[in-house]
Every structure is written in C-alpha cells, then in structure tokens.
Design a protein around this ligand. Structure first.
Ligand SMILES: C[S@@+](CC[C@H](N)C(=O)[O-])C[C@H]1O[C@@H](n2cnc3c(N)ncnc32)[C@H](O)[C@@H]1O
Length: 299
C-alpha cells in the first residue's frame, strides 16, 4: 500500500488531543468496554496521537511493540490491519474474551495455546469474572472467530524481546506502533530495540512510539519502573536529527494543563488505587511526567 512517508517528529502530548480527537476517544472507550480493558492514566493521549499520525490501518502490515494485551492491537485489527503483537511476556493463555473479538494466531506454536485448551482451563478456574451463560457464549464466539476464514485484520502473537526479532524478515512491515512500553528499557537496550525495529520496517515505514518524559533530564520513575527520557536522549536513541524541532520548551505549560485535566483525573482506572507500584501510586492524581510521542521514519 502506497502512502507518503511520515516526517520525523518529537512532541510532548497535549491534553487538547482529547477534544481534537473526540470521535476516536469515544470509539476507544467503547472498544475498551467491550474487551474489558482499562486505560493507563495517559493512554487516551498516546492512542489518539498514534492513530492520528498512522492513518488508515486497512491492508497494512503492522507491529504493536510491547503490546501486552493493550487496546491498540485490537483496534488496528478491527480496522483491517495485520498486527504482529510483540511482548516479552508469555501471553500464550490469551483470555477468550479477546479471542472472541478478533482473529488471533501465534507466530510460533508456543506463542498461543489453542482455544479449546484455554477453554478447558477456564472451565475449572474459580475466578473467571464472567457469569456462566455469558461465559458459554463468549467461549463459543472465541471458537467460531478462530475457525472463521480470514477476513479483514488479525493479530499474530509473538512472545519475544524486541531486541531480537529473529522470526521477522528485514523490510517487511509498514509501521510499528508502541504505546507506553519502550520506557521500560535502559538506554542501551532501547538503542538495540530501535535498530531491530528499523531492520524489520520497509524503507519509508515508521516507528510511532509513545514514551514518558520529565523534561530536560533523564529520570527513573521508580513506582512504574520506567525511564523518563529527555529530548536529547530520545533524539539520540531514535536516530533523529539533533536539530529536529520539538515542544519541550512548553513542558511546564503542558504539565499545568495536564494536572488540570478533569477528564483524565476523574477517570483513573481502578487498578491504580490498589497499589503504589504504578504510574499513579495509590490512585492519587499527581502527574510527575508527561507522555511524549516519537516518529522515526526509515530512510
Ligand atoms: C506498560 S505495558 C503497556 C502495554 C500496552 N502497550 C498497552 O497499551 O497496554 C509495557 C509492556 O511493554 C513490554 N515491553 C517493554 N520492553 C519490552 C521489550 N524490550 N521487549 C518486549 N516487550 C517489552 C512489557 O513486557 C509490558 O508488557
């Protein structure tokens, strides 16, 4: 599929995206509800920014890098993309409610247990969260979606570290998206990840990644086990020109707007209040860093 290559870009994500991308915000909220997924505290900014720049997914070969079970892979497949879902976590027992929504397969045999195997396990599990009749129909749906002839998009699970994507060919993907994942890597490892992502991209293809920043210095946010990278570090790690314009001079203004954003503050996912080891410890609205978007296009 021919599209114009994206320009390299580095920007702190403004809360204004929520109003600018309102139809997409509504669509994402609806999909999250259907799939039983919750948003990280700034994910609606990350997701809308990424989807705005990526453009239509239909017919594209994509990767969700550091995908977990996050929403963008299901969104892109629903919109007709083929999505390699890569994460170093073992997701082979992927929940049936996700298989019921989207056609999913494993890249290798070990990447995804069969749906009947997960159904058998699910049957004896004590805490499935779903009432019995609902579970029966969901399981049936998961089976049918898995057997249905390929139509539209699909998700291909690959449980692998992003530093070594040996099962993916050079120059094979149109774009890589990554939602708030790459900050969980040291600078040295992140450089290796970026090289590997550039290897598998077609020339003219792009990495669209969101990470975290605390401004002009690299800083480790211990509760979320994540690095907050400065503009200079992001430019170096993502091989962007040192003089690429960015909006880091507006860090404080954008932070004030973020702190005052009632829509994000009042919709914090429930899991934040259950622990102090996350991006918003114990669910207290106190942003200490901001989401930042990077686009790196392969020459
Ligand atoms: C905070 S979660 C975000 C998950 C998902 N992107 C979402 O939108 O919900 C970060 C994920 O990135 C994955 N990750 C980080 N670095 C990785 C690497 N080098 N290789 C594979 N997965 C990685 C982690 O295992 C984790 O599942």
């Amino acid at each position: 599929m021919e599209t114009n290559p994206l320009s390299d870009r580095l920007e702190i994500l403004s809360v204004r995206l929520l109003d600018e991308e309102r139809p997409r915000v509504n669509e994402l909220r609806q999909l999250a509800g259907q799939l039983g997924l919750e948003f990280g505290w700034h994910y609606l900014l990350d997701l809308t920014w990424t989807l705005r720049h990526l453009g239509p997914a239909a017919g594209k070969m994509l990767m969700d890098a550091g995908a977990g079970t996050g929403i963008i892979q299901w969104y892109l497949a629903q919109h007709g993309g083929t999505v390699y879902s890569v994460d170093r976590l073992d997701r082979s027992a992927l929940p049936l409610r996700l298989r019921a929504h989207t056609r999913v397969r494993g890249l290798r045999a070990e990447d995804l247990l069969s749906t009947p195997a997960v159904m058998a396990h699910d049957r004896f599990a004590t805490r499935t969260g779903a009432a019995r009749p609902k579970r029966f129909f969901r399981n049936l749906q998961a089976l049918v979606v898995g057997l249905w002839p390929r139509r539209g998009g699909e998700v291909i699970l690959y449980n692998q570290d992003l530093m070594t994507l040996e099962d993916l060919d050079d120059d094979s993907l149109d774009a890589v998206v990554s939602i708030s994942s790459l900050e969980h890597n040291t600078p040295e490892n992140l450089e290796k990840v970026v090289s590997e992502l550039l290897r598998v991209l077609k020339p003219g293809g792009s990495i669209l990644a969101t990470l975290c920043t605390a401004g002009q210095k690299d800083w480790y946010h211990e509760p979320s086990n994540g690095m907050c990278y400065s503009a200079a570090s992001l430019k170096r790690i993502f091989q962007l020109p040192a003089d690429l314009p960015d909006n880091f001079d507006r860090y404080n203004t954008l932070m004030d707007e973020l702190r005052d954003c009632a829509e994000l503050r009042d919709n914090l996912a429930a899991f934040y209040s259950r622990s102090g080891h996350n991006g918003m410890p114990w669910g207290r609205w106190e942003p200490l860093y901001q989401p930042v978007g990077v686009i790196k296009t392969k020459a």
